[in-house]
Structures are given as structure tokens and as C-alpha cells.
Design a binder for this molecule. Structure first.
Ligand code: ASP
Length: 441
């Protein structure tokens, strides 16, 4: 028998109908033993997520809104849960919990505590509905004094605790700090909890249930109906997520990756779809296409430094990078010529310090010229299939040029897992679509 840890996102638990689907999914496979819920998400496009409501509630309290306004808002939050309970027909009364939480927030419990109650309450309801044990995340997920996640302590305590529960619900998103305050991960952090539980349970599979049938090969807002990726490696996923593709919280990869547990992204509304498998080694999973996915982002700037005989000046690159380090700025790429060096950076990061960065570079390197050009978009073409396929770069460049787009920058890592091209922002969609069509259509 194998063991599966299953995490359901907010849209999968937004209302009673979705709870029923979730219960069906969990109950249809005995191996699905540990369930991680998010807080109720949006039921329709303009709806509010309960987590956002809790943040707003906290702000209302802090801004000393009148007790009528505070109560009225809190009633809306209670109503979300009560309608789920009533429609599921379960015998559960959360009024004591609601009172306790309201008082805690009124009497100075922190912002994270307020937000975490979304998952906490949803966890209680789901555990009751499924007939599973409830394990409060504050007894098993630990943070350190400095606010970072305490991986080892959590893994030890959590694996011990899980041994006492054959089937359990563990709410996502939060844990506890050494001084007893509730702390949350960053937004979307229930994915991380799921991954942590999968590691501690030594699961065979971590299923992450959401509202899409997997990870798409390109952003559906840019490419119409993109294919779903069948199998992707953790490394490919890192590359694509870094460039803006999202389905899973970035930090959710690490715990399961260390333990070699695959993740399966699944669609709660279409459980029969295979979804996307995220694996550490792709052996046994042949790449369907030469490329696995394409992702991209706008909002980059290029700092170009020119100086005669730069190539023979030892330490030149270090001086340039030190000038960025002074302002706490990480760089993205360093495409360079013999006597020119370019540094690609996020425009948002340099905006505040433009003049000072130019001055620092000038002071350190005494260049012939140094300029900043904005408006660059980066596109990452990622795929383990590229290692063996000759001519991939040529196909990328041809397709972009056939779309009438000028390439401003090219970067390929020696691991041959990705090719990154920079184009002007107004060419972003045309370039990305052209690459997709070349490799996938
Ligand atoms: N409910 C939290 C959020 O909205 C965490 C999560 O859903 O993963 O960010």
C-alpha cells in the first residue's frame, strides 16, 4: 500500500459543493491519508478569498473601526463557514471558535494569526466531514526565532505525530514560533505545508489539487489553449516558476525534492485528467517535445558598460557587480562582449537608485560609457529535451525573427536546460507565441 498526501487549494474548498467533490476524491483512494486544506477561496470571479477577508478584518480592528463595523464584517466571515457547514449537513457548531478568534484579534493577536484562522477553521470542517483526525498545524509546524521555517524540528515532531494518526487533516499555511505566536508562510503557503507533510510522512506521492489540469506549457493569457505539461523535472519547474509561471508556491518544491517524492498537480473539477507530474529525475519519462515550457516576464533593464581593453582588466566584472551589491540588487544575466559588459536587472529594483548606481560604476571602473536602457522582456525556453536536440537554438531564433522581432539578448546556460532571450517589451507576446507555435503546434 502506498501513501499519498493531498493538498486542496482555496478554489477547491470555496463552498459546500466543492467540499463534496473533495470528499469524493479523498474517499475514492484509501492511500489518500493526509489532507492539507487552504482557506475557502473565490466562488465566483469578484468574490473575496477568506484569507483576504481576514487580513481586512485585522486592518479594521487595528484602525479602530467602530464595533458595529467590526461585527458586521466578522459576520460575513462567519457566514462563509456556516453556509458550508449547513449545506454539508454536518453536526458542527463553530460559534465558540468564532468568539475566541474574534477576541484574540481584538486583543492584539497578530496579523499572521488572523490570516491563519482561514485554514484552521476550514481544517476543522473538513476533518469532521471526512471523519478524519484534526492535527492543528501549530502543534507540528515550527518556525525559528528569526521567522524562517524550522525544517528539522518540524520533520522530527511531525513524523512522530503522524504515526498516531492513520487519517488526518492538517491545515495549511501556518505554524508556530518559539515564543508561541502563530506565523504564516507567504501567500499561497499551504502548498509548502503539503510538501512538508509529504516529506514527514515519507509519502509516495504529493497530490496538489487545484482548478487547472496541470502546469501549462505557456501562459494561457498569451498563448490560446496551451498544452498541459505531462511531466516536468524540479529543475525545469524552478526555471519556469522563476520566470513567472505559477501553479505551485516556489518553496513547496524543496521538502519533497530532498526526499525524492513526486508531485502531481491535479484538477478538483476534472479528477479524471492526468495532470502534471513533477519529478526529480526524468528518466523513464521521455520528453514529449524538445521544450517543456516557455515563460517570460517584462520589466527588465540593461546596464551597459563600455571600456576599451576591458577584457584585459582583471576584476572589472567584480567592480560592476559590487556597485549593484551596494544597493542590495541581484542581477539576472551578464551577456558580455570583449569591451562591453551588460547586466540585466529588474527595473523595479534599480528604479530608486539609478543615478547612484551609475555613479558607483563610474567611480569603480572608469568606463568610456555607462547607460541604462529600460523596456526589456525576458523569455525562458526550458526543456530537458534540448540537451540532445541539435538545432534548438536555431529554431528559437528563426521563429522569433520570422515573427519580425529583433532579439536584444541571448543567454544559454551550459547545462542546456534553457535558452533565455531578451526582446523589447512590445514584442513580448509575438515572440513568445512564435516560439510556442514552432515547437508545439
Ligand atoms: N490561504 C492562503 C492564501 O490565500 C494560503 C494558501 O491558500 O495557500 O494565500
Amino acid at each position: 500500500m502506498s501513501l499519498k498526501v493531498v493538498k486542496f487549494g482555496g478554489s477547491s474548498l470555496a463552498d459546500a459543493e466543492h467540499f463534496k467533490q473533495v470528499a469524493q476524491i479523498v474517499k475514492s483512494d484509501k492511500d489518500r491519508r493526509y489532507v492539507i486544506p487552504s482557506a475557502p477561496g473565490k466562488r465566483f470571479p469578484n468574490d473575496e478569498k477568506v484569507t483576504d477577508m481576514l487580513y481586512s478584518f485585522y486592518e479594521l480592528v487595528r484602525s479602530r473601526a467602530s464595533i458595529e463595523i467590526i461585527n458586521e464584517y466578522y459576520d460575513k466571515i462567519k457566514a462563509r463557514y456556516n453556509s458550508i457547514i449547513t449545506e454539508l449537513g454536518i453536526n458542527l457548531d463553530l460559534s465558540g471558535e468564532f468568539e475566541y478568534i474574534k477576541n484574540a484579534i481584538l486583543h492584539s493577536s497578530g496579523r499572521d494569526y488572523a490570516a491563519s484562522r482561514g485554514e484552521y477553521l476550514n481544517g476543522i470542517i473538513l476533518a469532521k466531514y471526512l471523519g478524519f483526525d484534526f492535527i492543528d498545524a501549530e502543534n507540528v509546524i515550527y518556525f525559528k526565532e528569526n521567522g524562517t521555517f524550522d525544517e528539522e524540528k518540524t520533520n522530527d515532531m511531525l513524523s512522530l505525530e503522524l504515526k498516531d494518526h492513520r487519517y488526518a487533516v492538517i491545515p495549511g499555511f501556518y505554524g508556530i514560533s518559539p515564543n508561541g505566536t502563530v506565523v504564516t508562510f507567504s501567500r499561497g503557503g499551504s502548498d509548502i505545508t503539503g510538501s512538508i507533510v509529504a516529506r514527514a510522512a515519507e509519502a509516495d506521492l504529493y497530490e496538489n489539487w487545484t482548478d487547472v489540469s496541470g502546469f501549462m506549457m505557456a501562459d494561457p493569457r498569451i498563448v490560446k489553449n496551451p498544452n498541459i505539461i505531462d511531466t516536468i523535472t524540479y529543475r525545469e519547474l524552478r526555471e519556469l516558476s522563476y520566470m513567472g509561471a505559477t501553479v505551485l508556491h516556489e518553496d513547496a518544491i524543496f521538502p519533497v525534492r530532498t526526499a525524492g517524492i513526486p508531485i502531481n498537480i491535479k484538477n478538483t473539477n476534472r479528477p479524471e485528467d492526468k495532470g502534471t507530474m513533477i519529478v526529480s529525475q526524468a528518466s523513464g519519462y521521455d520528453a514529449e517535445h524538445v521544450i517543456t515550457g516557455i515563460a517570460g516576464k517584462k520589466g527588465f533593464s540593461v546596464i551597459t558598460i563600455e571600456k576599451d581593453m576591458m577584457n584585459s582588466e582583471i576584476g572589472f566584472g567584480r567592480k560592476v557587480l559590487e556597485s549593484l551589491e551596494d544597493f542590495g540588487i541581484a542581477f539576472e544575466h551578464l551577456p558580455s562582449g570583449i569591451d562591453t559588459m551588460s547586466v540585466v536587472v529588474s527595473t523595479a529594483l534599480i528604479n530608486e537608485h539609478r543615478e547612484k548606481i551609475l555613479q558607483a560604476i563610474t567611480r569603480r571602473t572608469k568606463p568610456d560609457s555607462v547607460t541604462i536602457e529600460d523596456g526589456l522582456a525576458l523569455i525562458a525556453i526550458v526543456g530537458r529535451g534540448m540537451v540532445k536536440a541539435r538545432g534548438t537554438a536555431a529554431r528559437v531564433f528563426d521563429s522569433i525573427s520570422n515573427a519580425g522581432v529583433n532579439i536584444k539578448m541571448i543567454d544559454q546556460g551550459s547545462c542546456e536546460l534553457n535558452i533565455i532571450v531578451g526582446v523589447e517589451e512590445h514584442d513580448f507576446t509575438a515572440a513568445l507565441t512564435a516560439i510556442y507555435d514552432e515547437f508545439v503546434k
